[in-house]
Design a protein around this ligand. Structure first.
Ligand code: FMN
Length: 209
């Protein structure tokens, strides 16, 4: 399949007025993305294995704070195991309707158990049951095995609270390096890079597109 003739034109408002704090800028962009994009909170998350190989997958951001971007997952999954050994990650939000991306890299920490409990409890009952029965990223002989496990657990938990599995929880990717990218006409895209300094402030640098 040849794709070389496919071309999109990009444009957007100038990003020169982005704030000094990239967390605030990311919140502003996310607020806007939520109004116009499908799955605005989805971002690609890259982690590394002990052998130095990269893995990437999409997860959903559940919060942006001054600590970074929070997502939730099963700690026994590939990403969970990788993050146990190498607690660093890179992420990228892509918002195609606005011709924007935000990429970020940093250390990964865990939310508290209380925060994970609170978010887990806010999820729909069936999602909680699914998280409780799924051994995320483990081999599965037949898909129907999972369905059967799920249906059985649904019946068992009918009308009952579903406890959060202890290995299921929140992860926060810190904003140590962040870049806002805004598509512009003629491929003269804008790239504003933020580098976390030891005093907690960010050094900002424009990068060539
Ligand atoms: C739109 C979308 C949202 C997703 N959100 C999550 C999520 O928030 N948490 C999660 O663990 N997996 C999520 N997934 C599934 C992951 O992409 C991935 O398949 C799963 O986490 C296993 O990844 P791993 O084997 O690398 O650990 C999502 C997938 C898509 C396409």
């Amino acid at each position: 399949m040849k794709l070389s003739s496919i071309r999109s034109e990009y444009d957007g408002e100038s990003i020169e007025s982005l704030p000094a704090d990239p967390h605030v800028g990311a919140e502003l962009w996310l607020e806007h993305a939520l109004k116009v994009e499908a799955e605005a909170t989805a971002f690609s998350l890259a982690t590394t294995g002990a052998d130095g190989r990269l893995s990437v997958r999409v997860v959903l951001a559940k919060e942006i704070t001054s600590a970074g971007v929070t997502f939730y997952t099963n700690g026994h999954s590939l990403k969970g195991l990788q993050l146990d050994k190498q607690p660093v990650a890179a992420g990228v939000f892509f918002w195609p309707k606005q011709h924007r991306q935000i990429r970020f890299e940093g250390a990964v920490t865990r939310t508290t158990a209380a925060e994970a409990d609170e978010y887990f409890a806010s999820r729909p009952h069936a999602s909680r049951v699914a998280s409780a029965v799924s051994n995320q990223s483990a081999p599965l002989a037949h898909y129907h095995e999972l369905k059967t496990r799920f249906e059985k657990a649904l019946a068992e938990y009918a009308g009952l609270p579903v406890p959060r599995p202890p290995h299921w929880g929140g992860y926060i990717v810190a904003f140590e390096r962040v870049e806002f990218w805004q598509g512009q006409p003629n491929r003269l895209h804008q790239r504003l890079h933020y580098d976390l300094q030891s005093d907690g402030s960010y050094k900002r640098t424009w990068l060539e597109p």
